[in-house]
Write a protein that binds this ligand. Structure first.
Ligand SMILES: [Zn+2]
Length: 120
C-alpha cells in the first residue's frame, strides 16, 4: 500500500481590518489586515493535522506586511480589531499561486526570516 503524505497545503484566513495604522512600507495605507496562515500535514492530499500557524499583518493598500507572534495576534484580535469578521479559510495548494511579484517577494522573505529564526 502506498501512503501519500506531505506538507503542501496551506489555508489562509482573514480576521478583519486594523484601522488607523500607518503602513510603514507605502505610507499610503492606513489599515492592516490580520491574517492567519496554517500549513497542514496532508494524507492522500487531505489536510489532516495543522502543524504550523503563522500570523501576519498585511497592508490592505500595498499588500506588504510582517509576521507577528501568536500573542500579538490574539491581543489584536481581542482588543484592537474593530471590524472583526469570521472569514472562512481559503485553501491554497501553492502559497505563491496567484500572487504578484511584490507579494511573492514578501512571502519568500518571510519564509527566509522564519528559517533563519529556526536555525538560531
Ligand atoms: Zn502599504
Amino acid at each position: 500500500m502506498i501512503v501519500i503524505f506531505g506538507f503542501g497545503k496551506t489555508t489562509k484566513r482573514k480576521f478583519g481590518l486594523l484601522h488607523d495604522k500607518k503602513c510603514k512600507f507605502c505610507q499610503d495605507g492606513n489599515e492592516y489586515e490580520l491574517l492567519r496562515i496554517i500549513t497542514w500535514f496532508t494524507l492522500f492530499f487531505l489536510p489532516i493535522i495543522p502543524y504550523k500557524f503563522r500570523y501576519y499583518l498585511v497592508c490592505s493598500n500595498c499588500e506588504r506586511g510582517f509576521e507577528i507572534t501568536k500573542d500579538q495576534f490574539n491581543s489584536i484580535k481581542e482588543t484592537e480589531l474593530r471590524s472583526y469578521t469570521n472569514y472562512k479559510d481559503t485553501m491554497e495548494d501553492d502559497p505563491y499561486a496567484g500572487k504578484n511579484e511584490v507579494q511573492k517577494n514578501f512571502l519568500m522573505s518571510m519564509e527566509k526570516a522564519r528559517k533563519q529564526r529556526e536555525n538560531n
